[in-house]
Design a protein around this ligand. Sequence first.
Ligand SMILES: C[S@@+](CC[C@H](N)C(=O)[O-])C[C@H]1O[C@@H](n2cnc3c(N)ncnc32)[C@H](O)[C@@H]1O
Length: 365
Amino acid sequence: MAHKLLKGVRSAKKSSLKKQFKQDKEKKRQKAAQKAKREEERDENPLAGLKKWQKKAIRQEAAAQAAAAAQAAAGLAKAKVTTKRARAKVESAAEAPSPGQSSQRSQKEKKLAKKEARQQAHQQRQHRELYAGSGRVLLVGEGNFSFARALCEVRGSGDGIYASAFDGEATLKRSLGSVRRKNAAYGTGLQNGGKYPDAVELQKQVEEKGGTTLLNVDATKLHKVREFRDAFSIILWNFPHLGAGEKDVEKNNDLHRKLLSAFFMSALRCLDEQGTVHVAMKEGEPYKSWKIVQLAKVSTDGVLQLQKVVPFSLSAWPGYEHRRTRGFNERFSKKDNEELAKGAKVYVFARSQGNAEAEQDAEDE
Ligand SMILES: C[S@@+](CC[C@H](N)C(=O)[O-])C[C@H]1O[C@@H](n2cnc3c(N)ncnc32)[C@H](O)[C@@H]1O
């Protein structure tokens, strides 16, 4: 059939075909021109070309929509003159989920909150359990003694708690602003003035609860205090830091590695047989680069080994307020606790079993 048609086309006169094509072309052009004109008209008047009843229906719907919008605008305007809160309510009502959706969401939120609360309670228990025993605990590098005070409270008394600070009385008492530089160990200048205005009061509270507070205690020279040797079940340093303000990152890391290394060596000599050394550290850099696990091991010739790591639970210690080495600062200190809440850990180091010989070597040094 197709073949026949083709044959027919071929046999048609050329001229009549040409004429036909011309006519078709003209018709197409006219149709296109009409269509373009209609579209142009519709752009200017959206109702152009529609039937009467269609136009009427559209006009009615548009009027209804305009009335509704005016009503909403009036509501918003009214809310504007009341309170900001009311305005937010009106606006959010427009986006409010359906009752089904919101009850689903609030159930999810409740579940999540419950899960978080369970996790927080677990971390609190874990952290407190570290200090639940009755052995002697030596805290070094206390800032304002607020952790020591909280520890006394959680344990029910300050018996066996020895809380020490690096600073002397004059430094703790000195008023804010009178910051002085003092050349200290490790070749750095420690900013050591007007540090913790609340320390004296908190120190008093620790003593009232039966704890002992000590000043001028250098965590790297603990073993030099004769009474400290072999005396403690736990030696804890929360957030060791020199506060030296060293800008060179590598140099700063090096200084802290030296500080911690000296601390581990000294602390080891002050532990009783089952004793452990605890160090709390924030997560991330620069702390990660201090490589504390390796450091404890290497600096004690393999005697101190990581036993466990426990998340630092801020909420486990009511009243504890983290302090920087540089001292209390209205602007930063409040945020410091928030920073700890983002992630900090307590590293617990214990004597590795069967390493008495290495320990003896470390002691002889
Ligand atoms: C970041 S602050 C932490 C203070 C406190 N532990 C806390 O959690 O709020 C570090 C503390 O370590 C102390 N420190 C620095 N070098 C020390 C050293 N050689 N011996 C003992 N403490 C030292 C500083 O004086 C400072 O109080």
